[in-house]
Design a protein. Structure first.
Length: 304
C-alpha cells in the first residue's frame, strides 16, 4: 500500500474522512489534534502526525452518535476571551486571569494583524470548568491564584503544549516515537545535552514531530511560533527531560541505529525544516514574501 495508491476499504484518507463527517478543514484538523477523531498510521512511517489515516470503524462510531454531526461540532467549538467570558458570566478580565492561571487549557492560538497572540479554548471545557468551580467566578480569587497572576505567571502556552504532547504520546507506536515527542518539546539544544549519542539524536531527528499551532496566521513571526513550541518553564523542562530519558531507556532495547553514510544532519537545521506551519503557508498560497515582511517589521508580540 503506497501513499499515492488506493487505500483498502478498512481505512480512508483525511479528505474522505472529513467529508463523511461533515467537517471543514479546520474542524477536522482540530478533531484529530484533540483525539475526537482517532487516526491510525499509514504504511509510510515517519514523524508523528504524518500520513495518518482514519479507519472505517472510527467513522461508523462517530456517525452512530446521537445528534451527529452537531454533537461532534459542539465538542469542537472554540471560544476566545469575549465569548468565553460570556459563557461563564464573568468579565473579560476575570476570564483572562483564570486562563493565565491554568484553569483551562487553550486548544488553539494565532497571531492577529495587531501582533497579539489570541488564545482559543474549547467551549465545552470552559462550560465544564464553570459548572464545577462556581466559587471562582464571582468571589475573590484564592491567594495562590492571585499570587501566581500577580507575579506574571501565565500557563496558557504550557497548557497548550501539554495538550499537544498528550495526543502525540498517545499516538506513538513505539518508544522511539515517544522519545521524539519529548525531544520536540525540549528543543534541539536541550535534546543535544540530554542525548549525547549522535546516532540516537539522528534517529530522533528523523522522527521529530512538531507541536502544531494549527494556523498561527500570516502575521505570526517565526520567533514567536518557535517560542510557543518548546518548553520554557523549569518544571515543564524537568518533566520532559525525565520522560525523554525513560522513553530512551525503553527504546535502547531495540537494535542499534546505524548512521547514514554522510553522517547526521544538524538537529537544529533539520528540526526547523519539518515545521508543518511552514508547509501550510506554501500550500494555502498565503505567500512567503508577505509572511517574511510581517516577521521583519514586528517587535515583541503581545498576548491576550
Amino acid at each position: 500500500m503506497g501513499i499515492t495508491g488506493e487505500w483498502p476499504d478498512t481505512v480512508c484518507g483525511p479528505s474522505v474522512a472529513r467529508d463523511e463527517l461533515g467537517l471543514n478543514q479546520r474542524e477536522f484538523e482540530l478533531a484529530v489534534q484533540l483525539g475526537e477523531v482517532r487516526t491510525v498510521p499509514g504504511e509510510h512511517r515517519g514523524a508523528l502526525g504524518e500520513h495518518r489515516m482514519v479507519s472505517r470503524t472510527e467513522l461508523e462510531r462517530l456517525r452512530a452518535e446521537d445528534g451527529f454531526p452537531d454533537t461532534l461540532r459542539d465538542r469542537l467549538r472554540l471560544v476566545g476571551t469575549e465569548a468565553g467570558a460570556e459563557l461563564l458570566g464573568v468579565s473579560r478580565d476575570r476570564f483572562g486571569k483564570l486562563a493565565r492561571a491554568g484553569c483551562f487549557r487553550p486548544a488553539r492560538w494565532y497571531v492577529n494583524r495587531y501582533q497579539v497572540v489570541v488564545w482559543l479554548y474549547l467551549a465545552c471545557e470552559v462550560a465544564e470548568f464553570g459548572a464545577l468551580n462556581r466559587h471562582l467566578l464571582g468571589r475573590r480569587l484564592p491567594a495562590e491564584l492571585r499570587a501566581r497572576i500577580e507575579t506574571g505567571g501565565d500557563l496558557r502556552a504550557r497548557g497548550w503544549r501539554s495538550r499537544c504532547v498528550e495526543r502525540l504520546v498517545a499516538d506513538a507506536t513505539d518508544a522511539w516515537q515517544e522519545a521524539a515527542v519529548w525531544a520536540a518539546l525540549l528543543g534541539p539544544e536541550q535534546t543535544a545535552r540530554e542525548v549525547p549519542d549522535r546516532r540516537e539524536r539522528e534517529r530522533l531527528r528523523q522522527l521529530l514531530p512538531t507541536l502544531s499551532p494549527g494556523r498561527p496566521g500570516i502575521y505570526a513571526p517565526r520567533a514567536v511560533i518557535e517560542s510557543h513550541l518548546t518548553a520554557d518553564d523549569p518544571e515543564e523542562i524537568l518533566f520532559a527531560r525525565l520522560c525523554l530519558g525513560h522513553a530512551l531507556d525503553r527504546a535502547r532495547t531495540a537494535p542499534p541505529v546505524p548512521l547514514p553514510p554522510d553522517g547526521p544532519a544538524p538537529l537544529e537545521r533539520a528540526g526547523s525544516s519539518r515545521r508543518p506551519w511552514l508547509r501550510l503557508l506554501h500550500r494555502t498560497g498565503e505567500g512567503r514574501v508577505r509572511a517574511r515582511r510581517s516577521t521583519e517589521r514586528v517587535g515583541p508580540v503581545a498576548e491576550r
